[in-house]
Design a protein. Structure first.
Ligand SMILES: Cc1cc2nc3c(=O)[nH]c(=O)nc-3n(C[C@H](O)[C@H](O)[C@H](O)COP(=O)(O)O)c2cc1C
Length: 476
């Protein structure tokens, strides 16, 4: 599987997996250049380095030679812009063994809004999407070695398009969702370790453990709210696709209606006898069709904007879920450790800093989420009213075409071309009506789901404020 290449450390990659369990999550933080500042125990264990060996080193210490450079370029291009990045990475442990992860990398900001560090959380990939990744990366790597990194990046984006995704972002969001879902299905509820803490031999340990335990209880409670909105993500993402398809279809219909009404106008000039009533009708028809088209264009734009919001909402929900899972896991990891080992003051401080970082990230993404759903609320309402307006216009078109058909019937042979035009119009207007009803149903569902998330996000916000206070009390 692995070519006979060596990484920068001169270690040969081995076709042996450095294993970790599906329930294990790990994180690391880096400075702006990717120098590792901290990480949890799973991160250290899986890398097979000691903590001393890995902290302070560039993150490429675990770089696997099979990773295309193009992926890292995409990673850095994204995070340097202050945006999060999600992607599959194969890493190489100290002894040359490999391990795949789905990594999400988040920039963290100071008060002035500058990036101060990066935090990456990883899970074990297990979804169907992952199955194609090792071969895909191998393919990209081969191309990269021949054509260079920039060409390989383009090659990668084309491959992603071939798989049916519009761009890397869409692919990574889908992978993020599928990996979280697949992982969730394989987890069995394991008991928290708080109950075992009295076994600890050390008084100081017990105090630290008490604090971590109360934090864990709070985060576990909070997690239920995140889980309830996380369960909505797939509905939201599916709805997104449907909404774009529907709005595209309605837009095409509008164009056809406009063309047809233009034809009707032209025809009316050709007719002399009945021309007056036909030309009035066709003028009306054209005016309405043009106005409908404008309305539909506005609606399409609104839907596109809302779709972007919905996509962002979904990503933020997944991020919050992964972050809170990471916090809960990290607390469990520390609590387990405290049963058997006493930790130094320096280590305790490190733990506190890590919790602070993870908590800060969770707050940041929860706030983003609240803002998202708030913005979507008014946009969805706007779409709803637009659909109502459009309905009125379409009904008017319906009325005009009925009159048109009556007029054509009265006008004998000369009305023939009009009969065809008005009949075609009837079909289009009927189709438009159906699509708009469909769109209305989707928007209503979207609004309901959005409302649910909005209410839950509100509760989460309140809890986070309380938690922040409690956190300060616990760690001051
Ligand atoms: C927060 C963070 C986490 C990273 N995690 C990894 C990782 O797990 N494995 C990896 O190879 N590179 C990781 N990188 C990217 C590395 O910094 C580096 O770009 C990559 O290993 C390629 O190294 P190279 O340019 O020397 O080939 C991470 C970067 C950041 C900012």
């Amino acid at each position: 599987m692995f070519k006979n290449v060596y990484n920068k450390r001169g270690v040969e990659p081995k076709n042996i997996e450095s294993k970790f369990d599906i329930d294990e999550l790990f994180f690391s933080t880096t400075d702006l250049k990717g120098i590792i500042l901290s990480g949890n125990d799973v991160f250290v264990r899986v890398s097979k380095f000691s903590k001393e060996e890995i902290i302070g080193k560039p993150h490429n210490i675990i770089r696997h030679p099979n990773m295309p450079r193009a992926v890292f370029k995409a990673l850095w291009d994204t995070i340097k812009q202050g945006k999060p990045f999600v992607g599959y990475v194969v890493n190489m442990a100290k002894d040359g063994s490999y391990y795949w992860v789905l990594a999400s990398i988040y920039p963290m900001f100071d008060k002035e809004g500058n990036i101060k560090k990066y935090l990456s959380i990883r899970i074990k990939p297990s979804s169907d999407i992952f199955k194609i990744i090792p071969n895909l990366y191998q393919d990209i790597l081969t191309y990269e070695q021949r054509e260079g990194m920039d060409a390989a990046l383009e090659y990668m984006l084309n491959k992603i398009k071939e798989l049916g995704y519009e761009n890397y972002e869409e692919f990574s969001k889908k992978a993020f969702l599928e990996e979280m879902r697949s992982r969730e299905l394989q987890l069995d509820e394991k008991l928290t370790v708080c109950g075992n803490i009295e076994k600890s031999q050390d008084k100081r340990n017990e105090e630290i453990a008490d604090r971590l335990c109360s934090l864990q209880t709070i985060f576990l409670r909070l997690n239920r709210y995140y889980t309830s909105i996380y369960n909505k993500v797939s509905i939201f993402l599916d709805m997104n696709k449907e909404l774009s398809e529907k709005s595209r279809f309605v837009y095409q219909l509008a164009e056809e209606i406009r063309l047809l009404s233009l034809n009707a106008s032209i025809e009316s000039y050709k007719i002399k006898k009945e021309g007056v009533s036909f030309s009035t009708l066709s003028q009306e028809m054209r005016k309405n069709a043009e106005y409908s088209e404008k309305q539909i264009l506005k609606l399409t734009e609104l839907i596109n904007e809302t779709n972007k919001d919905i996509e962002e909402t979904s990503f933020n929900i997944l991020s919050c879920k992964m972050q809170i899972d990471m916090i809960v896991y990290f607390l469990k990891e520390m609590l387990q450790k405290l049963i058997y080992e006493s930790i130094s003051e320096k280590e305790e401080q490190e733990v506190n800093e890590n919790i602070s970082d993870l908590f800060e990230l969770l707050k940041f993404y929860s706030e983003k989420l609240s803002k998202n759903v708030y913005d979507s609320k008014s946009k969805l309402r706007n779409i709803y009213y637009n659909i109502k307006d459009l309905n009125v216009l379409i009904n008017r078109l319906d009325f005009i075409h009925i009159n048109g058909l009556i007029e054509s019937a009265h006008s004998g042979n000369d009305g023939g071309s009009f009969t065809i035009i008005f009949s075609q119009m009837l079909k289009l207007v009927e189709a438009a009506k159906n699509q708009i009803i469909n769109l209305e149903t989707h928007i209503t569902t979207a609004s309901e789901e959005n409302l649910h998330i909005d209410i839950t996000a509100g509760i989460i916000d309140e809890r986070l404020i309380k938690l922040e206070k409690k956190y300060e009390d616990l760690f001051s």
